[in-house]
Design a protein around this ligand. Structure first.
Ligand code: SF4
Length: 92
């Protein structure tokens, strides 16, 4: 089974009321955070929007924490999803 096959078996419970990832667009723009976040995220959560802002598809987050470790200071707020929400790994 490939890594892609394993990832496809994950389930996600999306918290529509409280996103667990929020980007400070002003700080992100000033620090070039978009390129960093897009490069490190294995789930392709981040994207560059036409207006230059960072898009965040937080529902697909694997909760690995990599973006939090490398994001320029003040550009990202990240916490684990509330209980019952987030990713459920089916293959380890
Ligand atoms: S925690 Fe991992 S999967 Fe989630 S957005 Fe950050 S880098 Fe992507």
């Amino acid at each position: 089974m490939t890594v892609a096959d394993r990832l496809a078996r994950n389930r996600f419970e999306t918290d529509e009321e409280e996103p667990h990832i929020q980007v400070n667009q002003e700080v992100a723009r000033r620090t070039g955070a978009a390129d960093i976040l897009i490069a490190v995220c294995p789930a392709r959560v981040y994207s560059k929007e036409p207006d230059g802002s960072i898009g965040v598809e937080y529902a697909a987050c694997l909760e690995c924490g990599t973006c939090l470790a490398v994001a320029p200071a003040g550009s990202l707020q990240w916490h684990y999803p509330r209980g019952g929400f987030g990713v459920q790994f089916r293959e380890g």
